[in-house]
Design a binder for this molecule. Structure first.
Ligand code: NAP
Length: 286
């Protein structure tokens, strides 16, 4: 039997991938949940999944955690600025442990995008290439759940503000990317391929319409420039780092950085991406 391991398995995406592996018929005993904090994975252990400690910042945990693993999903870390070192530790340990194959969650058009998160993904893709490990690169677009953060503003003011203009945003739900990741992990023929993944595109006008539907009140898209957006975010008390990040994302989005063809994700996941309104409704209820 093939042993499949998932890093960040107590994270939002990682948990969904473990569920997908089980739903797709993988025996729990053949699934390894690699986690920073094993006590957070008691529910996974109760399902019969192997839970092993694997902390990117403690390389000594990684080699034992990867023993006997055939196919590894490396879910990119959440500690921006630390990820090159962390991912290098995982790749080195995977080589040393004799892992056969890796699937990595990168970002849409990592090698050409202006999205500010791209550089660490580019380095990781290069590390994987240099390692000789057969690798499937899943270049994920934005999570639709990111836009659930507009619910509060929309509820309070009847508007959502962006500097994206009318640019298309091919976001998909975490569950959609998780389905694709599980499929890639289970299918060795995906090795060597790079997938650019996104959902059915929507604009901020579509977002406003979906928010109107979910909230039962009129919501409009307020189009602003980058400077005005930055001013509003500062006035709301966000720190300069986050203001810079969010403005850079909107600016890149306006130039098409989050647009994508939804077909590759639907094909890999085996179903279309989750509609925007469903993600917003779940967030509003949740
Ligand atoms: N496409 C997008 O819109 C988007 C948005 C945000 C993030 N991302 C990327 O996608 C990844 C997965 O997203 P997510 O929503 O699942 O994020 P998340 O819920 O924050 O999960 C991140 C996971 O990484 C684990 N982790 C963090 N530092 C670690 C370390 N030193 N050693 C081992 N594990 C560590 C966390 O462990 P604990 O459970 O112990 O905290 C958690 O399980 C993120 O990490 C980020 O790279 C993409």
């Amino acid at each position: 039997m093939t042993t499949h391991a998932v890093t960040g398995a107590t994270g939002q995406l990682g948990r969904l991938v473990v569920s997908e592996l089980l739903e797709r018929g993988t025996s729990p005993a053949d699934v390894v949940a690699l986690v920073r904090t094993p006590s957070k994975a008691a529910d996974l252990a109760a399902l019969g999944v192997q839970v092993r400690e694997a902390d990117y910042d403690r390389p000594e945990t990684l080699a034992p955690a990867l023993a006997g693993v055939d196919a590894l999903l490396l879910v990119s870390g959440s500690d921006i600025g630390q990820r090159e070192r962390q991912h290098r530790a995982v790749v080195d340990a995977a080589v040393a442990a004799g892992v056969q194959r890796v699937v990595y969650t990168s970002v849409l058009r990592a090698d050409s995008t202006e999205l500010p998160v791209a550089p660490e993904h580019v380095v990781t893709e290069e590390l994987l290439r240099a390692s000789g490990l057969p690798t499937t690169v899943l270049r994920n677009g934005w999570y639709t759940e990111n836009y659930a953060s507009t619910l509060d503003q929309a509820r309070a003011t009847g508007s959502v503000t962006s500097a994206t203009g009318g640019a298309p945003i091919a976001a998909a739900a975490r569950a959609d990317y998780a389905a694709a990741a599980a499929a890639a992990l289970l299918d060795a023929s995906t090795a060597g391929r790079t997938y650019e993944l996104g959902g059915t595109p929507f604009t901020y006008d579509d977002l406003a319409a979906a928010l109107s539907e979910v909230l039962g009140r009129e919501v409009r898209h307020q189009v602003v420039g980058a400077d005005e957006l930055a001013g509003g975010l500062r006035a709301a008390g966000l720190d300069e780092g986050l203001v810079g990040f969010l403005v850079a994302v909107d600016t890149a989005t306006a130039r098409g950085a989050l647009d994508a063809d939804p077909a590759p994700l639907a094909q890999l996941a085996g179903r279309p991406s989750t509609p925007l309104v469903d993600v917003l409704r779940a967030a509003a209820q949740g």
